[in-house]
Design a protein around this ligand. Sequence first.
Ligand SMILES: *Cc1c(COP(=O)(O)O)cnc(C)c1O
Length: 491
Amino acid sequence: MSVASNTAASPLAPEWLQVPADLNALHEPLWAGSVVRNDAGVLTVGGVDVQELRAQFGTPLFVMDESDFRARARAFKDSFDAAFADICGGVDVYYAGKSFLCTAVVKWVEEEGLRLDTASGGELAVAARAGIPGERVALHGNNKSDAEINRALDMKLGRIVVDSLAELERVGAIAEGRGERAKVMLRLTPGVHAHTHEFIATAHEDQKFGLSMAADTTDVAGVSAAEEAVAAASVHSGIELLGLHCHIGSQIFEPDGFALAAEKLLRFLAAMQDKYSITMPELDLGGGYGIAYTPVDTPRPAAEIATAMAAVVRSTCAELGIAAPRISIEPGRAIVGSTTFTLYEVGTLKTVRVDAPAASGDRDGGNNVTYPRRYVSVDGGMSDNARPVLYDADYSAILASRTSAAAPQLSRVVGKHCESGDIVVRDVYLPEDVAAGDLLAVPGTGAYCWALSSNYNYLARPGVVAVRDGSARLIVRGETEEDLLNRDMGA
Ligand SMILES: *Cc1c(COP(=O)(O)O)cnc(C)c1O
């Protein structure tokens, strides 16, 4: 049996994964603005190095660059405002709180001139604690409870995004019972689905969200659920119909899908305004803007997407002869995703030998050639980042506590959970000399990681540290063993 040499370009690596020219270099789109290596080669963020962070807060740890969060939030607000200034006087940007939410973040969002999207009573509780005015908050959800609807009305929310005909009736009845009118947007499914690099358009939707725009979706002959909702909302004494909403997907790079959805909603909005003699002053085009998780992802700047979307809104409104509604958007991942990396400590290292992949039968050729795959275990895993398990998501990682001149070795970063699927980074080249006690940083973990974290195996969920101008502070503390035992009734 021959053994292939342990060098770069492993046949076990996926095709997209290049061997980095310099393992110590930071691929810029993956990292928050202030992340650099200091003179000693240690990764630093906001002027604080990861060794200090480990000493002060332990690992695993979510490390967020506060200035970077603020800058990305402002970039969305400023570039969409600029692109839409002549169309509707600017854009309302609702930060999608489900991507990562805590009191500090709500304050930053408000200070930077954005608004907040929520999707549950719990998220509303965070908004309330942060003191953001209810009028700047929206509530989503396909199954809002009466308690959540009442809470939204108590907080005088700027909008409740209604997801179904049944919910429209429920929101209307609750508001009516309180002698109020709920400010409502209707979530429609325009039949546009964007998948990262392409989008598909279908007439009929097979998903739980939204009101279908396809005809024949209700009992009323030829009338779509979306139209039935507009008709009902426009005459309901408990409803103030603000307008229409759609959200076509997530981690989308190309603006075409957003543009097509905008056009479809504007045509529908114009037709409904005409038919029911109403005005719908607002149109929300949702979130879903993509970020870089690995070096092959190339997200578009917010300004480029804003310009493409504005062009379609401008031309469609002109063609339809309608005044443009006030546009809003709901970015989550694109604001918070790249602001944060997860800091892990390396523990057990293990190299297994793997048969050549089937596709490279020529290499295998009956020679029983095997290739090394090194498993690098870290002190967290699927409990602090469920996305690889949930979505097959790819990430990257870098040796953070020092530089290394060692050769690249194909590695798989795995967690410490009792699951073989507990993968943090499926494929990455790391220096051959990575050892127990080293720190790894996994970038792009600001969105949907802490938010989806769990206590699987009774691991304590990590804290979140915000770093700015040379100082680091916890904005969410990590859990303690006491937290873990707190709800266990003891017998
Ligand atoms: C999840 C979600 C968003 C945010 O999506 P991102 O991909 O994080 O930008 C916006 N609006 C709605 C309705 C959502 O469900």
